[in-house]
Design a protein around this ligand. Structure first.
Ligand SMILES: [Ca+2]
Ligand SMILES: [Ca+2]
Length: 460
């Protein structure tokens, strides 16, 4: 006997060690829990009502359906979560002509389109009557046994009254127990505990079922739904409470930037994801994140999985821009009076936006304030052009001055290009001709001037 009891003790000890080891790995965020309860005596603001669902302020409960044929209602808990949880509530179903049931859903994709009858508003139907799935789990309190129709196996129900774990649609029972409490029009207390790989349902403190398996936590909606069909029932919820483990996220930054959410400590339900964005100050760049002091790369925004308490630090580095500089093109040009030259600029460094001022012979040229400028001289001579650029912080930079040689227009007011193809022997007479003509022109001009002077004197 003693030997046996020692063996039992050893087995128990190992078993307890295993359990505690599992507990350690499962509850990394120790003793932090979000707790919410609602007796529906006032509007908590935590529920979103769709279809036939409403808060009955007189009876202070949550009505999913009244005993009306072909109706359905959904209530979403406004807090979404993918964490393990324990939810408690009481329900009363029945009191009508006898259909269809209700469900509490979790890890469910948010939805707004749903059907009535056998779907319990847990999912929708295609026009041909087949079920349109909405991913997620539910504990179903079914009070109408839908028969299996050809090609519509989704409608198969094990009995008229059963409590089941359903997934994605009401035809998919992962586990069920026949139970008349789903329609006796009496209040019953439900305790639903969803762990990492188990789902447990108690009704009036009796175990209904414990299901073990892999749980898909892709989606995060929680709520209640119910439907009636060709027959009807009341489906009412009251005294709701929920406990959800949470983890904390502490965000810090180095000098040189901020984050969204801003630096500080936050609480999130376990296994939720949080996006944090780093925003560098002027003269700084975002360099990388440190998650729990370990370099976590430079993805921005960064997504933190709240599987544990975490610290996240945004690391910024000082990186001012290079000094402002400006250059212009062309650097020199030779043109004739009446022709123009267009200057373009290249500006780098400093802080945008830039403002521009072009200078002619050291003086700002009125209106020449864009990033390029077309200069059209009206007289011959040598001109100097430069650009002054001012950046957003008032820093300035000047380009080198460019030298523009402007010549007078040749005789006739136009120039004849000297093409390489023209032979030397034709150029000589041509040059002579131009020289003669120019000389003649100057002589004529002088004569006219002299004549004008004479006539002027005469008048005086
Ligand atoms: Ca059913
Ligand atoms: Ca069912």
């Amino acid at each position: 006997m003693k030997k046996v009891s020692k063996v039992v003790q050893a087995v128990l000890l190992i078993f307890m060690m295993l359990i505690s080891a599992l507990n350690i790995s499962r509850s990394k965020c120790e003793s932090q829990t979000f707790v919410f309860s609602d007796d529906f005596s006032t509007d908590s603001g935590m529920w979103e009502f769709l279809g036939s669902a409403y808060r009955d302020s007189t009876n202070q409960c949550l009505v999913l359906t009244e005993p009306i044929d072909w109706t359905s209602g959904v209530v979403f808990f406004k807090m979404t979560f993918a964490a393990t949880f324990t939810a408690n509530f009481s329900f009363k179903a029945g009191g009508g002509s006898g259909a269809d049931g209700f469900a509490v859903f979790f890890y469910k994709q948010k939805y707004s389109s749903f059907s009535y009858g056998s779907t319990l508003a847990f999912n929708d139907k295609y026009p041909n009557g087949t079920y349109k799935i909405i991913p997620g789990y539910g504990i179903e309190f079914d009070n109408w046994g839908n028969i299996e129709l050809p090609n519509l196996t989704e409608h198969a129900d094990p009995s008229a009254n059963h409590i089941a774990l359903i997934k994605d649609h009401t035809g998919n029972h992962l586990i069920y127990v026949n139970d008349s409490r789903t329609e006796d029009n009496m209040w019953h207390n439900v305790s639903l505990t969803v762990e990492y790989s188990s789902i447990r349902v108690l009704v009036d403190e009796d175990l209904v079922f414990l299901w073990n398996g892999t749980i898909d936590r892709t989606f995060d909606s929680f709520g209640f739904c119910a439907g009636t069909g060709a027959a009807n029932n009341w489906h009412i919820i009251d005294n709701f409470s929920i406990e959800i483990p949470t983890c904390s996220l502490t965000i810090t930054t180095t000098t040189g930037g901020t984050t969204t959410p801003s630096a500080g400590s936050y609480t999130y339900t376990t296994n939720s994801t949080v996006q944090v964005t780093a925003i560098p100050d002027v003269d700084y760049i975002f360099d990388h994140w440190e998650l729990d002091t370990i370099n976590a790369g430079s993805a921005n925004p960064y997504t933190v999985l709240m599987d544990n308490n975490h610290t996240l630090k945004a690391v910024f580095t000082y990186s001012p821009p290079p000094p402002l500089s400006a250059s212009v093109n062309p650097l020199s040009a030779s043109i004739l009076v009446g022709q123009s030259v267009t200057f373009t600029s290249t500006v780098s460094g400093g802080y945008t936006p830039y403002t521009y001022q072009w200078f002619l012979n050291g003086n700002p040229f009125s209106g020449a304030t864009s990033n390029n400028w077309t200069f059209t001289p009206t007289t011959s001579g040598i001109f100097y052009v430069h650009l002054k650029v001012t950046d957003d912080k008032g820093n300035t930079a000047q380009s080198d001055a460019t030298r523009i040689v402007v010549s007078t227009v040749p005789v006739g007011g136009y120039s004849i290009p000297l093409q390489p193809s023209i032979k030397t022997d034709t150029i000589i007479p041509y040059t002579l001709l131009v020289t003669v003509l120019t000389a003649t022109f100057i002589t004529v001009k002088r004569k006219i001037k002299r004549a004008q002077k004479h006539s002027k004197n005469e008048l005086e």
